[in-house]
Design a protein around this ligand. Structure first.
Ligand code: F6P
Length: 359
């Protein structure tokens, strides 16, 4: 019989609860004990560690579709790898984590995290040397290398699409445009996917340079006098500051284009988990449990060519673009972006959406 732990770290997204419930259920079928670590690494910093024993009774299957994490994702002011490194307490922090993991005496830990958490887990990997570490990628940003999908992305695309769909109706009534700011950090996947789903007039993402004059020209040439322009939160406009949607909105206003801004913000991380995300969470959960049975460690589950399997965490880190943490230069995050050969960019262009200076 095995004893495994589950931990959700970094920002939440929809689909975490499906993953937790499926792991717990699959593990109980195998006769294993499952412990949920509360609040990510926060829960390992308390003495004794903050954990709950999970069971089918505790996590009703009908609640598995709900956004957020049953296990929470941590307090914003908590001590974590980043804040500990920033304040020079990384060694003490790592010692606390190692001590808690020893106390818990787990055979394996399933870490459900984004690229920040996974990169930090790899950088501090010695903490996990006495157990099997199996990671599951989750994020609405879809910026984790080697996997075609992450838990939470599909639901976020749906949430942003529904938000824009509603705006489109009022936009038409008032003959104006909405500049909608999408999340995604410095990755444009969320904006790109939702923009295509909505039929946006323009999609601006950090990976593709854009020219405001060409954007304005395209809006003015539009066959209709309303629409949605999706602006990724990671874009910048030389000589301007403030929120990206506000910057673009000001430019449109001065060009005589009536518009408003709209910010879906954290609703992109909420919403009932879509069937696609639930299936992905279930596949990743099953793959993680099989990886534990096979004795794997320091691995991450991925979706590749519609198949789910594990890859070495070191490969995930090596295959991304290394971005230094702005506050702690010695810490790096491994990032993935929209590729210039993405078929979705070509599709958007062919459909007459202004996607930046592609050609
Ligand atoms: O990484 C997920 C994400 O939702 C980003 O898209 C966004 O920039 C950020 O987290 C928001 O973080 P917070 O919850 O700290 O506002």
């Amino acid at each position: 019989m095995k004893k495994i732990g589950i931990m959700t770290t970094g920002g939440d997204c929809s689909g975490l609860n499906t993953a937790i419930q499926r792991i717990m259920h699959g593990a109980s079928l195998r006769g294993w004990d499952v412990y949920g670590i509360l609040d990510g690494t926060d829960g390992l910093c308390t003495n004794p560690p903050a954990v709950v024993k999970l069971s089918d009774m505790m996590l009703p299957i009908e609640n598995a579709r709900l956004a957020g994490s049953f296990l929470h994702n941590g307090h914003s002011n908590a001590l974590n790898f980043e804040t500990a490194a920033e304040t020079g307490h990384l060694d003490t922090f790592n010692k606390k984590l190692r001590k808690s993991l020893k106390t818990l005496d787990l055979d394996a830990l399933i870490l459900i995290g984004g690229n920040g958490s996974l990169s930090l887990a790899w950088a501090n990997r010695s903490i996990y040397r006495d157990l099997q570490l199996v990671c599951i990628p989750k994020t609405i940003d879809l910026d984790i290398p080697l996997t075609e999908r992450t838990i939470g992305f599909d639901t976020a695309v749906q949430q942003l699409t529904s938000f824009c769909d509603q705006l489109m109706l009022t936009a038409r009534s008032h003959h104006r445009w909405f500049v909608v700011q999408a999340m995604g950090r410095d990755c444009g996947q969320l904006a790109l996917h939702a923009g295509i789903a909505v039929g946006a007039t323009a999609i601006l993402i950090p990976e593709i340079k854009f020219d405001v004059n060409n954007l304005i020209k395209q809006i003015k040439q539009s066959p209709v006098d309303y629409g949605v322009i999706i602006v990724s939160e990671g874009i910048s406009l030389r000589g301007h500051s403030g929120r990206p949607a506000d910057m673009i909105s000001r430019k449109l206003t001065s060009a005589g284009i009536p518009n408003r801004t709209a910010f879906p913000e954290h609703t992109q991380r909420a919403g009932d988990t879509t069937a696609t995300d639930r299936i992905l969470a279930t596949r990743f959960a099953d793959c993680a449990l099989t990886a534990i049975e096979n004795g794997e460690t320091y691995v991450m589950t991925v979706l590749e060519n519609d198949l789910v399997h594990t890859v070495a965490l070191s490969d995930v880190i090596e295959n991304g673009e290394s971005v230094a943490d702005p506050k702690i230069p010695e810490l790096f995050t491994s990032n993935a972006y929209v590729n210039s050969d993405s078929p979705l960019l070509a599709l958007a262009y062919d459909m007459g959406i202004y996607i930046g200076e592609l050609k």
